[in-house]
Design a protein around this ligand. Structure first.
Ligand code: ADP
Length: 466
């Protein structure tokens, strides 16, 4: 059995969020059970000269135009990743868009990626293609349309991003007009790429059992709840994990002081260093941190609504978040108003994020919805207690009472009252040293690896071929 895993971003080559982490850690864990290789786009910002050019090249006909594709490869941690080098997709300096918004030709860019993945899968004799999110959602459709023997599994990491384009997109990506009906790609008069993944895949997964149920409801279904109910027989929710070697406070090169649950005093060194770096006083105060894309999903409206009350508590708060300019404009004045708040919004900074995970006492995650979420698992592993809204994967992975991993503070609803209530419970916990240390050490010793989930994916792969 040979599987080709395709995604628009894979760590360490390109990352904007959890999909990249999963693209690395799931594939690595799967590699213990089956032969699996990955493929992603070769974007303009990537160091092409550091990759090996393979002898695989071909051309793709998309909407009557021919595009020449070259395939590069690289190895990282024993995993072979292919890179698709093709005009338009590879020309850009960002993955999906720039300050002006999403690239206008994203439909063609990612349709080219999908067509190249399908061709590559044939060349390397893959039995299964595991596609992820809307960027590779046309893969199952293209496999079905060409009547290939390859099986497809499609994973939804975030239903809110669907790849919706105007009607003429269909012709631009070379698909027949017959796909423009509601049982195919049509979506309120436009074209929806994600629907292709849902409809034409042989198996469908999403990233937590709770999210698998939630997306079949009006509240979380983003307009696709009916379609997901229709295909629920092939839908499974499998909780993500993290790569425990990348996120390991015992040997993390980004940290000033590495530590384990046995040497928690050293974690405190990281708090001291971070607070000094950002000029935050009061080492005895609980340090709340948040590391997130700056988008509505992550609960920023709720955070802003609660921020005065939150910052008036005896706490420090460090927020590392990048994204929406409006949120930036709203949040920055609070750094002037409150001495106990730092807002770091100058882009994506992986080493800084590790230092913040290590320094924090509590990680705040008031997401309105959360397909799985990795932050809470990373935080728990770094002994930073998660404070989460009970939704999606957060509901499956953080518990305020009960034995399962991880333990933390859980908000039953997304409101200012519950957020401030959760902060107050966190402060109480912080002041109860014995209880706090027991929780930290329990969390640090939880198993967040991808091993269990990789087994479930492997089982699905085997089912597809049986
Ligand atoms: P999502 O995929 O919705 O963004 P996840 O919780 O699944 O959320 O994954 C987020 C990942 O991105 C985590 O590894 C987190 O540490 C990281 N991250 C988010 N924002 C930043 C940032 N500004 N700098 C560094 N890492 C970040």
């Amino acid at each position: 059995m040979k599987t080709l895993f395709c995604a628009s971003e894979i760590y360490p080559y390109a990352k904007s969020g959890g999909l990249a982490d999963v693209g690395y850690s799931l594939v690595k864990a799967l590699g213990r059970h089956t032969k699996v290789q990955s493929v992603m786009p070769l974007y303009g910002f990537m160091p092409k000269e550091e990759f090996e050019k393979t002898d695989i090249s071909f051309s793709i006909n998309l909407g009557g135009l021919f595009y020449k594709v070259s395939i590069y490869e690289a190895f990282y941690d024993g995993i072979k990743t292919y890179f698709v080098d093709v005009p338009l997709l590879s020309a850009t300096e960002e993955m999906y868009g720039d300050a002006k918004g999403d690239y206008a030709n994203n439909d063609i860019r990612f349709a080219l990626f999908c067509a190249a993945v399908v061709k590559l899968a044939q060349i390397i004799n893959a039995d299964i293609i595991h596609a992820n999110d809307w960027h590779s959602a046309l893969v199952p459709l293209m496999v079905r349309r060409a009547k290939l023997k390859i099986k497809t599994l499609f994973s939804i990491h975030n239903l809110a991003y669907q790849g919706i384009f105007e009607r003429d997109s269909l012709a631009r990506v070379g698909l027949e007009e017959s796909y423009f009906h509601m049982d195919a790609l049509e979506f309120y008069g436009r074209v929806n790429f994600l629907k292709a993944g849902i409809i034409y895949s042989d198996a469908l997964t999403t990233v937590s059992p709770t999210y698998a149920k939630e997306i079949q409801t009006k509240e979380f279904g983003c307009g696709l709840e009916g379609l997901l109910q229709l295909y629920k027989a092939k839908l499974t929710g499998i909780l993500n994990g993290i790569d425990e070697s990348v996120f390991n406070p015992q040997n993390d090169a980004a940290l000033l002081s590495c530590y384990s649950s046995e040497t928690l005093a050293k974690k405190y060194e990281n708090k001291k260093a971070l607070q000094m770096e950002f000029g935050l006083s009061g080492l005895k105060k609980p340090l709340f941190v948040m590391i997130s894309r700056l988008v509505h999903q992550k609960g920023f409206d709720l955070l802003i609504e609660s921020l005065d009350a939150f910052l008036m508590e005896d706490v420090n708060f460090v927020l590392l978040a990048n994204g929406d300019e409006n949120y930036k404009k709203t949040l920055l004045p609070y750094t002037k108003k409150y001495k106990n708040f730092r807002f770091l919004c100058n882009g994506y900074d992986e080493p800084l994020s590790h230092r913040i995970y290590a320094a924090g006492d509590f990680l705040l995650m008031p997401s309105l919805y959360e397909p799985c979420g990795l932050n809470q698992m990373i935080a728990a592993r770094y002994g930073t207690i998660p404070v989460v809204h009970r939704v999606g994967g957060l509901k499956d992975s953080v518990h305020e009472r009960g034995g399962k991993c991880a333990h933390g503070i859980v908000m039953r609803e997304a409101s200012k009252k519950t957020l401030i209530g959760a902060v107050k419970r966190a402060i109480m916990l912080y002041n109860n040293n014995a209880k706090k240390e027991e929780m930290i050490s329990f969390n640090m010793n939880c198993n967040f690896s991808f091993a269990k989930s990789a087994l479930l994916y492997h089982k699905l792969y085997k089912k597809l071929l049986s």
